[in-house]
Design a protein around this ligand. Structure first.
Ligand SMILES: CC(C)(COP(=O)(O)OP(=O)(O)OC[C@H]1O[C@@H](n2cnc3c(N)ncnc32)[C@H](O)[C@@H]1OP(=O)(O)O)[C@@H](O)C(=O)NCCC(=O)NCCS
Length: 168
């Protein structure tokens, strides 16, 4: 499988002739059940509850993008809209069978382009300190970790998180 960036708003992944093509598009309310499933696949021990994802999708509809495989979804990213020119990436996940093929990077590129269009100056996110794949992806996009290192108990007892920020 090869990944080709077609434009800032659309990305396709070529497969054998006749197979479906993946594309990145804005999410809609009808995508909620898929996003709930993707979130549980990405964060099996601590997924967002259904009601939280519904409210995020309802509150920030212009800041949720998905990778669509026909009717199915295989990845998603969501951020907050800017507040004082600053946004947070709240979630990023690719279905396990399609990881390592450039889709996570494409989704991040898409949401960052959306945020740039909103004149966002900086973007933050939190990541589990041992999540080497995600940390490597964010570093390669220019995110810098908090100089103080991971924040202990950031998401509650034992749930340490590294905060990373990108200046746009
Ligand atoms: C993190 C995640 C979104 C990355 O998506 P992906 O589609 O697998 O990543 P990509 O193929 O776009 O790779 C992007 C970069 O990630 C890093 N990466 C990808 N796979 C990796 C691996 N197996 N080991 C180390 N780094 C890896 C590399 O830096 C890679 O850049 P490169 O292609 O230039 O080498 C995906 O692994 C995932 O859904 N993980 C579970 C949920 C999660 O951890 N989300 C982030 C929480 S903050």
């Amino acid at each position: 499988m090869s990944v080709n960036q077609v434009s800032a708003s659309q990305m396709s992944v070529s497969r054998a002739p006749g197979e479906t093509r993946l594309r990145i598009r804005a999410a809609g309310e009808e995508d909620l059940p898929h996003i709930v499933r993707l979130d549980a696949e990405a964060f099996p021990s601590d997924p967002y509850p259904y009601f939280v994802l519904r409210q995020l999708l309802a509150s920030f509809p212009d800041f949720v993008f998905v990778v669509a495989d026909g009717e199915d979804l295989v990845g998603y990213v969501l951020s907050t809209p800017p507040n004082a020119a600053h946004s947070w990436i709240l979630s990023l996940g690719i279905t396990p069978g399609l990881r390592g093929q450039g889709l996570g990077r494409q989704l991040m590129t898409r949401i960052l382009s959306r945020l740039r269009a909103e004149s966002v100056h900086s973007v933050s996110l939190s990541v589990e300190p041992g999540n080497d794949t995600a940390v490597a992806l964010y570093r390669s996009l220019g995110f810098l970790p908090d100089p103080g290192g991971p924040r202990p108990d950031y998401f509650g007892p034992g749930a340490h998180r590294l905060l990373m920020t990108l200046s746009l």
